[in-house]
Design a protein around this ligand. Structure first.
Ligand code: KG4
Ligand code: ZN
Length: 336
């Protein structure tokens, strides 16, 4: 039996992502990135994001449908991110999707953005099934989730301050590497030696929680002192050391969860999972322990419409369409 044809729309932050998906088949996925609009401010400006989504949403939806060779009245559902995210940005995609579903007389599904990241690995790894430990790390969230079943999530740990992506972004900004900081540090760390400098790993006494704001402070303090004494190490070494400090704790705490739960399957989602060092360290640890690892390809780690369609299909199949009166929720929490 063919799987439903779903249009997925993502506008929670600074990417207008639209995709047409049927089961594991991504018929089209398009993205309009706002990096240029935000980079001169050094971070995402909510009003600028909302306005850019308004401009991009219609052409992106048309482009995705055209690329997929699908007419809108063939769609079985329209799914859009309901939260968490920037409220003005969310409203653009969510309202557009709702209006489209209403006009087409087809179901509308509001999707939790983090559940979207959680379903992303399944688009390429059909064998990814619960129970699993999933590391979700993005610009706004860092969580270790025990997926007991699809739709049944226990958040084992989360960041108590900055998210991992936020740490990459803030530290990169201080180092003058530009925005977004994650890809910039990933690139700057090429060929660097992560052991020349060792930045602290926080919350060692807690198995699953993260803290990244102290890392930012110690990088700033270290670089200011090193500058004063004219002893700043080469950029690749500093970038590699920063990256290592973030990656180390993400990997260690993910596998704390497999040990404690006995679950032998790990997956990941969110922009930070595009990080090459994180991917290789997760793979090495998974191999060492005989644990299966399912990572989406980098373009499906960062925000995209396909993951929203995938999570939307799951909710649709359970009969959980979203009432027309339900609004966006900027602080939506996975599993609530
Ligand atoms: O999931 P995502 O695209 O958007 C949010 O939901 O926040 O994640 C964006 C975050 C940003 O903080 C960005 O710097 C980070 O993911 N990121 C990376 C890499 N690519 C994106 N962090 C580290 N290494 C990367 N290669
Ligand atoms: Zn995201």
């Amino acid at each position: 039996m063919s799987r439903p044809l779903i249009l997925g729309i993502e506008t929670s932050c600074d990417e207008t992502g639209v995709a047409v998906v049927s089961g594991n088949e991504i018929l089209a996925t398009v993205l309009s990135s706002q990096v240029d609009e935000h980079s001169r401010f050094g971070g995402v400006v909510p009003e600028v994001a909302a306005r850019a989504h308004v401009e991009a949403i219609r052409p992106m939806v048309h482009m995705a449908l055209r690329q997929a060779g699908v007419h809108s009245d063939q769609l079985d559902a329209v799914a859009a991110t309901r939260g968490p995210g920037l409220v003005g940005a969310l409203m653009v995609g969510y309202s557009f999707a709702k209006a489209m579903a209403w006009t087409l007389d087809t179901p509308f599904v509001g999707v939790d953005h983090m559940e979207g990241h959680l379903f992303a690995p399944r688009l390429e790894h059909t064998e990814f099934e619960p129970p699993a430990i999933v590391l979700l790390a993005s610009g706004g969230h860092s969580q270790i989730v025990h997926v007991r079943n699809w739709g049944e999530y226990e958040i084992l740990g989360a960041t108590i301050d900055d998210a991992a992506g936020e740490a990459f972004d803030k530290i990169a900004r201080f180092m003058g590497l530009g925005f977004p900081g994650g890809p910039a540090i990933d690139k700057a760390a090429d060929g660097g030696d992560p052991d020349i400098v060792r930045f602290p790993r926080a919350l060692r006494d807690q198995p699953y929680n993260f803290s990244f704001s102290g890392l930012k402070t110690s990088v700033i303090t270290y670089l200011e002192k090193a500058k004063a004494s004219n002893s700043v190490p080469p950029l690749p070494d500093v970038a590699a050391a920063v990256q290592e400090a973030i990656v180390d704790v993400l990997v260690a705490k993910t596998f704390n969860a497999t040990t404690a739960t006995g679950v032998n399957r790990v997956a990941g989602g969110g922009g930070v999972l595009a990080n090459r060092r994180l991917r290789s360290k997760l793979q090495a640890e998974a191999d060492k322990r005989g644990v299966a690892l399912h990572l989406p390809s980098p373009a499906l780690c960062t925000d995209n419409g396909a993951m929203i369609a995938a999570a939307g299909e799951f909710r649709l199949e359970r009969g959980e369409t979203t009432p027309w009166g339900l609004d966006v929720s900027s602080s939506l929490r996975l599993g609530s």
